[in-house]
Every structure is written in structure tokens, then in C-alpha cells.
Design a binder for this molecule. Sequence first.
Ligand SMILES: [Zn+2]
Length: 373
Amino acid sequence: MEDLYKENDDEFKKMNNNEDDQEEEQENSSEEQEEEMNKINIYNNNEFQLDKVLNFFFNNNIISKTKFCSKCGKPMILESNITYMDGKVWRCRSKVGKHDVKINIRENSVFENINIPLPIIYFLILYCFTEKYSIDKSYIEIKDNQNLFWDKNCTKNSISKLYSLLRERIKNSMHKIWKNNLMGNNPSEHGYPVFEIDESEIIGNNEIIYWMFGIIDRISKDSRVFCVLNDRTSNNLMKIIKDNISTNENVDMDLDEEYLENARIYSDCFASYQPNTFRDSGYILKRVNHSVWFGYGNFHTNNVEGLWSQIKRLSNNFSGLNIGKLEELYPSENEKKNYLDSWIYYALFFREVEKKKLSRKGRIKLLINYIKI
Ligand SMILES: [Zn+2]
């Protein structure tokens, strides 16, 4: 994974040869000035021409750059065709086989069902989504710069759909990466990895509260967060722990002081965190009793608590969502979970950006790695 985040200008230039480096040199200017400067750099060139935009998506594997005919298996040809929104279509015409096959260039891409012209999608992804703009702010940006897109337009609804698909992609990619890489590669001063676990409220009212459960590696600060809705049972949380943390080697010891010195998981005293249950599953748990003392030395859960405030800040408190709206838009548990999860992962994306101090380029590169095919 590490390689993905390294700044590599050459590679980025290949990715987007219109990129102007000047914006990188303004670290001391105020945010507003920087934004203004970005605009000048961005908008005075012709990077929104369809061919350039298409090349960007092709070269970064966001849209597949080759297609094979379903009838004869031969590579298809990219043709201009104004009846398609993008003005292009994959085509195979065979006199011998008597077929004429056309395939939309967006097929199987993240944009397949998005009703927005590609140059505007490009603009939204590079200059709005990765800047954490709201739907409304993104929409205004499009309106303000309509001359760049030959007066083509899009609706707020389409922007919302695009953003939720992008968040979904980020989520799926992170899950895939996590599956192949169990946490626990960062030994603490004890020589073994140490984790903090905790749950935090996402939204709620008097009747119901939805929660997220998180694990953070104390040394690397790598973290994983999962929406658990209202299921904070020991069973449910242990399932997540088992999927993500490798077990202790010597858990046969008695639950005495010496044993706790080897603790690998720290939690608060919430009822689902029982040392016995954890030991049965192969983990040594140390609980920090917040009502008696707020932890001393190594006995604390400060890291995971810091994670919660980051996630809430970076997701703009889950985009200012309230529970009534959530229930209305996403009645089923699965839909709700997916939706809340997607905001968690969007926030984790920006946490990674902050942690690695990524520039705008780095942030775009990171996003591409998450959304490419
Ligand atoms: Zn064919």
C-alpha cells in the first residue's frame, strides 16, 4: 500500500499532463488565496476537452481502455457517435459475421449509471469531491464554470448519486485491502502489536442510536471502522475483532497482573468487553475504567477516542444527517448500514490525506487508487 501514496510527479504528469505545479508552492498563503490560485491554474486551460478527459479516465483505469466484441472476440473500435452522451462508442462491425455491436464506453465503470457528461464528472472528482465539497457547493461550482463544459449541465441529484457511488467504491476498496492484511504488523514497546477498541454514536434520537465500532493500532495509528447500527453485542463486536486482529499466542495464563501486562487490546468497561470472553477467543483484554481513573501510562484509549472526533469532523458529522431523514431514505438495515459506512470511509479517506499530508495531486492519486477498475 505504501507505494500508492508516495508523491511522484512524473507519474502524476503522465496521469494528467495539464497539471500545473505552481499551486504546490503556496504553503503559506491563506486558504482563500490558495483556492483562488487553484482556480486560475485549473480553469485557464483546456483540460476539460472530451479527448483529454477520456484519456485521463482511460490511462488511470477508471474507464476500460479496450473492449472486445461479444460476438467475434475482436478488439472493438472507438467511434464518434453523437447519439451517446459522451459522443463516443465502442463498435465492431463485421461483414462476415453479419453483426454490428455497440457498447457504451462507460460500461462496467463507476459512472455507468450516472447522468453527467464526462468532463463534468472529471471536474467534480478532481476539484470538488476531493475537496470535500457538499452537493450544493459542487453544483454552484459547475454553474459558475459552465463555459468549460460547452454549457452542458447536471442536476444535484446526479451529483449526489455520483458521490455516493464514489464513497461506495472507497469503502469496497478499503475492505478488500483490509481482508488481505490482518492488523498487527506494528510491534509496540512490548514487541507485539497493541490495539484500542471502542464504539461511538453516529446519530440517534430518544428511541434508537446507531453506532460505529473501531479498532486502532497504537503505533501506526492504522484504523478500521465499521457501522454496527444498534448491534453492540459481544458476539457482533467479536466477529469484527476476529476478522481484523490476529490472536495472542499465550492466552492460557491466568487473569492475573502479569497476564494483563501482555494485554494487546485496550477497551473501556462497556459490558460487551469481557476479559473472559476475549480470552476464550484468543485475546488478552485490558479494560480502562474511565469512572475511576482516566488511564495512566499505557492504560488508556485516547487514540481511538481521537479517531472518533476525526471521523465526525471529516465527514462533517455524517453530512449533517438526522435520523428521521436516514430512516426515510434508507428503510432497510442494509441500506442504512451501507450509507453510514460510506460516510465513515469518506472520512477515513480524508484522514489518510491528513495523516500523509497529501497535496491536491496526492489526494487525487489516492482516490484513483480506490476507484479504479
Ligand atoms: Zn465483432
